[in-house]
Write a protein that binds this ligand. Structure first.
Ligand code: DX5
Ligand code: ZN
Length: 223
């Protein structure tokens, strides 16, 4: 089955004082990943809905909101209403992911389910039919620039098999530690969408970094 790699730079590694310009610098990306942290679900605090809504108006790239927050049902639909392309919530943060997915979709966005490195995919397979994207975390959520946890690729491979067998329709996304050294193994395991923070915004030219990552992933997918 032929797939095209999709690249989502993470603004977590961008200059927070110049978010609009930082979005322009990755205009060739597929999605722009927007990491929302609430200092409760994760031990870090970033930005929230008002910043996302402002950025949405100027970004040349659709926003991919990754909500690392408690009580996502309360906040997630607002991101969809503000124009996010995809809104991802954490499986560990809600008792009723299906209801949140329904509200996100009703507000006009794709709905994503994220799982931390230690969270088994099997625990959430039944609800994935109600989601459009699966975000497999390959670092503990909270910070950019951490090392890739390769063990999570077994979850990617399982999701890929289910999608390719027609059991569910899902975009498989990976987040954390993706760079020139790790993107090929992720592509081979079955990832569609690659989030990369430090590897893109830490590069001299983010556009060149995106093109290089895309080419590496495409070659690995062709096998
Ligand atoms: C971590 C965030 C990631 C982060 C990835 O909690 O969800 O999106 O920005 O950063 P890198 O690519 O540097 O590991
Ligand atoms: Zn993220």
């Amino acid at each position: 089955m032929s797939r095209e790699p999709l690249i989502a730079p993470s603004l977590l590694s961008a200059d927070f004082a110049r978010l609009g310009e930082e979005a322009q610098r990755v205009a060739d990306a597929d999605w722009l990943h927007f990491d929302v942290m609430d200092a409760h679900f994760v031990p870090n605090l970033t930005f929230g809905l008002p910043v996302m809504a402002a950025l949405q108006k100027v970004s040349p790239v659709p926003l991919d909101c990754h909500l690392m927050i408690e009580d996502p049902g309360r906040w997630a639909p607002g991101y969809a209403e503000a124009g996010a392309r995809n809104v991802t919530i954490h499986a560990e943060a809600t008792a009723d992911p299906r209801a949140v997915a329904r509200d996100i979709r009703a507000a006009g966005a794709l709905a994503g389910l994220a799982i931390k490195p230690g969270t088994p995919l099997e625990d959430h397979l039944d609800v994935l039919r109600d989601f459009d994207t699966l975000l497999v975390m390959s670092v503990e959520p909270g910070f950019g620039g951490q090392s890739f946890i390769a063990d999570v690729l077994t979850k990617v491979a399982t999701a890929r098999r289910l999608v390719d067998a027609g059991d569910m329709t899902l975009l498989v996304e990976i987040d954390g530690g993706i760079n020139a050294d790790t993107i090929e193994q992720a592509a081979e395991a079955g990832v569609d969408m690659f989030v990369a923070g430090s590897a893109v915004y830490g590069a001299e030219d983010p556009g060149t970094a995106i093109a290089a990552l895309r080419a590496q992933a495409a070659a690995a997918m062709r096998g």
